[in-house]
Ligand binder design. Structure first.
Ligand SMILES: Cc1ncc(COP(=O)(O)O)c(C=O)c1O
Length: 441
């Protein structure tokens, strides 16, 4: 993709590292190959061993100089700066997970940077106590009074966080990310500092053309952040598509077993060092070493789990699509999805989230969800997603209840929309019970 000369937008004017980063993005970060190589994933995530759990709040220094050096952010014995002072600033067990996630999202950058003898890391990675911890640290680090942040249709708490920044003089503006021209027009406004999107969006499964959005942001000097929770690095690689920042709710696919709440933020190394780290340590949403160890273990099976979940979801989406009781199915892996071609380009497969509406509307949806709330059926009536257990939930009254109703309706989060996160119970079991549930409507 050819890029024109960047303008001096808010982010470009604010961050001393912007030009450095735009150059690195062009040379190392964007990539023609859009997916992580399968063998590389298995080597990186599975083959590197787990560290011991350093379940402690602080670390003894060897000498006064050692302590002072560590407080200066010096890296000792190749560890990440601040990894061995006080766990709110960093912890070796968390550092391991940060490195794994960095490699999964940005492995392709390493060889290209080393080939030209680049010494400074291009991309940094920090883990958080939750996805919202990562997102709030990002917002605090980047946005200032008088700025606007443009968002797609995002997770309910991201939405309310952005709206609540109005008390600090930051305006949240929302855009339909399926409309590339509208995205470009939104980021062209001179007060915009950041574009923040999910793709696919939660829960409508609308996609953002990440390459087009990235080109618009770069053109206007605006930071481009992608919440990659719905895909994980296995299904989608936003850096290769031109993202500046990636956030994850590690709680979802990376953990994959609903056993911990955690988050991650990856972005230009100088941004993490100079802009984010201060907020990271002062806001204090740092993960416990045990949670980091757990997630470092569970990420090992990410690819196998997600491939299985996606294959099941694909079959379930096809089945729902032809079911007489189902009025609409939203799933990027279906040819009927309006952005199916885009999904095929930027995602490894259609993923394991499906949203659907029933011919019987909300009342029928309630019957289906209550069927799965029973203890003798698979699935749970629960929020969250990406786990081995399938979850069914009602976005309008649950995950997205914080989004004003008019905005929910405009974004397609109708009262009758049901969201399904397909787990690992097995396709046949899930299809059988979906049919039984639908028969009740
Ligand atoms: C797309 C997305 N981003 C962020 C979050 C927030 O993550 P956490 O619950 O780990 O704080 C969620 C949670 O559901 C989510 O679905």
């Amino acid at each position: 993709m050819t890029m024109t000369t960047p303008k001096q937008g808010r982010a470009a004017a604010r961050f001393p590292w912007w030009e450095w980063w735009v150059d690195r993005k062009r040379r190392f970060v964007r990539d023609e190959t859009l997916q992580l190589d399968d063998a590389v994933f298995r080597t990186l995530a599975v083959g590197t061993g787990l560290p011991a759990i350093q379940q402690r709040s602080n670390f003894a220094f060897d000498t006064v100089k050692d302590g002072a050096d560590r407080f200066l952010g010096m890296s000792v014995n190749g560890e990440r700066p601040y990894a061995r002072i006080y766990t709110r600033l960093g912890n070796p067990t968390t550092e391991y997970l940060e490195r794994v996630l960095f490699q999964l999202e940005a492995y392709h950058v390493i060889d290209k940077a080393l080939a030209v003898d680049e010494r400074q890391p291009t991309i940094g990675s920090l883990c958080f106590a939750s996805g919202m911890g990562a997102i709030s640290a990002l917002f605090m680090s980047v946005l200032k009074q008088g700025d606007a942040v443009v968002l797609g249709s995002v997770y309910g708490c991201t939405d309310s966080l952005a709206r609540n920044l109005s008390r600090f003089g930051v305006e949240a503006r929302f855009v339909d990310v399926t409309d590339a021209a509208a995205v470009e027009a939104a980021v062209a406004a001179p007060d915009v500092a950041m574009l923040f999107v999910e793709s696919p969006e939660n829960p409508t499964l609308h996609l953002c053309d990440l390459q087009a959005a990235s080109a618009a942001c770069e053109q206007h000097g605006v930071l481009f952040a992608v919440d990659n929770t719905f895909c994980s690095p296995w299904l989608q690689q936003p850096f290769r598509l031109g993202a500046d920042v990636i956030v994850h709710s590690v709680t979802k696919f990376i953990n994959g077993h609903s056993s911990s709440v955690a988050g991650a933020l990856l972005g230009p190394f100088p941004m993490l060092r100079d802009d984010v780290f201060g907020w990271y340590k002062d806001l204090g949403a740092t993960p416990s070493p045990f949670d980091s160890w757990l997630n470092g273990m569970l990420v090992q099976s990410l690819a196998v789990r997600q491939d299985g979940q996606s294959a099941s979801a694909q079959r379930i989406a096809v089945h729902l699509f032809s079911h007489s009781k189902v009025a609409a199915v939203h799933y990027p892996g279906l040819p009927s999805h309006p952005q199916h071609a885009l999904a095929q380009r930027q995602m490894r497969n259609g993923g394991s989230l499906i949203a659907f509406e029933l011919t019987g509307g909300m009342a029928a949806g309630v019957k289906v969800m209550n069927y799965f709330a029973r203890k003798d059926t698979p699935m749970e009536l629960a929020v969250s997603l990406g786990g081995a257990i399938s979850y069914v939930q009602h976005p309008a009254s649950m995950t997205h209840s914080g989004v004003p109703e008019a905005d929910r309706n405009a974004r397609g989060i109708s009262a009758g929309l049901v969201r399904l996160s397909v787990g690992l119970e097995g396709t046949e079991v899930l299809l059988e019970h979906l049919d039984r549930a639908l028969a009740k409507t």
